[in-house]
Design a binder for this molecule. Structure first.
Ligand SMILES: Cc1ncc(COP(=O)(O)O)c(C=O)c1O
Length: 455
């Protein structure tokens, strides 16, 4: 793109584009404008190349520039550019629903499409409520989720979200969204007996609130916000048991963890538990078109089946034919390229390339699974002393985010809990990309330590 066009674009972005979770009035000039992609790499409008260590936003599983997906979208747009799934159906939504049901664990045989992840989470809470209304337990309206967790931005999903910082301006939110501890085994609370504490806290919350008031527990297989918290052994077995004991539904929010991110099609499959609902989005289309899907067990669909009872909920664009066609072509790529197999074969290698950074005193913990890792940064590794809030901001916003981008690596440097760097590359990545990530991270973190020494 010509220099004049670049300036014009940056000006227009500054004036008109309202970036998500972005500051307005801060020149977009300093922010990359991403123009094209190929494989694991993207290029900005100045021709700079970046390794996309975050797969867009945990989304581009099959990588960039896949003509199969572009062609599937184009062919579908020509044949049927749009039709809703309100009282109608179209072939691609039907085929995709059947295909997802055949892949999903257990009896998750019913698929409710949405346009994205927040809508899938919103739909799950609403379905749980209407299900209990229909089955004679209308007082089951509340939901439980974990501190720091992110489940989306619509009012219901935001209420389930456990990040105070993004909720404040929108209070009062939907009542009845209870929070329990996230599974930070690196910083097990002093009062916790052992790691069984995390699951037991869920039962305590259910008992405190009254089991007859709780509809569902919403959990990610590996929690993203806070930095890839992997559950301790036995966590989900115990959570499943607690949910069954108290008649509570288990919703596995797999908006990030489904579609190969943890090395299996579903995160719950990788961790070996059976949810009542899976919420998913992002990687379903590798991001080439927007689509979310809520996968529901036969038991939950039962009160609606063969009756006049409708789930009173829907979205115009949910199950869009172009998105469904792209999702089907994407699932073909999963098979053809064995994307899950690639993750399983390479995850140890990926982890080793990050563990290699543990000699840097700023690296406190490396945690995650599959192609989904977080690196927690600390002030003192021996004592696990954290950076103060201001220091964390200086480290993340003032230094790391800019420097990583300068060195050509897109990843997430975040301080919603402790400062963490998160990595989640396209599922086609392998040793060459791990090597680049390792080198850029080593250089950046080494510089960051010197930066933090300055007062
Ligand atoms: C676990 C989880 N749930 C829900 C969402 C919301 O998805 P969306 O941004 O597609 O609405 C996200 C987004 O990152 C997520 O990570």
């Amino acid at each position: 793109m010509s220099p004049e066009k670049n300036v014009a674009l940056a000006d227009q972005a500054d004036r008109h584009l309202w970036g998500h979770f972005s500051s307005l009035g801060r020149s977009v000039d300093g922010m990359p404008i991403i123009e094209r992609g190929e494989g694991c790499y993207v290029w900005d409008n100045h021709g700079n190349r970046f390794l996309d260590g975050l797969a867009g936003l945990y989304t581009t599983q099959a990588g960039y520039g896949r003509t199969e997906l572009a062609q599937a979208a184009g062919a579908q747009a020509e044949e049927l550019g749009f039709f809703p799934i309100w009282t109608y159906a179209h072939p691609k939504a039907i085929e995709l629903a059947a295909r997802l049901a055949s892949m999903a664990p257990g009896d998750l045989n019913r698929v409710f499409f949405t346009s994205g992840g927040s809508e899938a989470v919103e739909s799950a809470w609403k379905l749980a409520r209407q299900y209990f209304m229909l089955t004679g337990e209308p007082s089951r309206t509340k939901v439980i989720s974990r501190n720091l967790s992110y489940h989306g931005t619509t009012m219901g999903a935001l209420s389930i979200t456990g990040l105070a910082a993004v909720k404040g301006p929108f209070e009062p939110l939907v009542p009845g969204a209870i929070k329990v501890p996230h599974t930070d085994t690196y910083r097990l609370p002093a009062h916790a007996k052992d790691e069984s504490y995390f699951a037991e806290e869920i039962e305590q919350a259910i008992l405190r609130e009254g089991p007859e008031t709780i509809a569902a527990v919403f959990l990610e297989p590996v929690q993203n916000a806070g930095g890839c918290f992997v559950p301790p052994d036995g966590y989900f077995d115990r959570v499943r048991e607690i949910c069954d004991t108290h008649g509570v539904l288990l919703v596995s929010d797999e908006v990030i963890c489904a579609y190969g991110r943890l090395g299996k099609m579903f995160g719950s499959e990788r961790l070996g538990y059976q949810p009542d609902i899976i919420t998913s989005a992002k990687g379903l289309t590798s991001g080439y078109a927007p689509l979310g899907a809520m996968l529901v067990s036969d038991r939950l669909a039962e009160p609606f089946a063969g009756t006049d009872e409708q789930f009173l909920h829907g979205y115009t664009f949910a199950g869009h034919p172009v998105s469904c066609a792209v999702a089907l072509a994407n699932l073909d790529l999963f098979e053809k390229d064995d994307l899950c197999g690639n993750v399983m074969a390479n995850e140890a290698n990926f982890r080793a390339s990050l563990d290699d950074l543990l000699d840097l005193p700023i690296v406190g913990d490396v945690r995650g699974m599959g192609y989904f890792y977080g690196i927690e940064l600390v002030k003192d590794r021996d004592t696990k002393e954290s950076f103060s809030y201001d220091e964390g901001q200086r480290l993340i916003r003032g230094f790391l985010s800019l420097r990583l981008a300068e060195l050509g690596l897109i990843c997430r440097a975040d301080s919603r809990g402790e400062p963490v760097i998160q990595l989640s590359p396209p599922l086609i990545a392998g040793p060459d990309e791990f090597e680049v990530m390792n080198q850029v991270l080593r250089q950046t973190l080494t510089e960051a330590m010197a930066e933090m020494e300055k007062t």
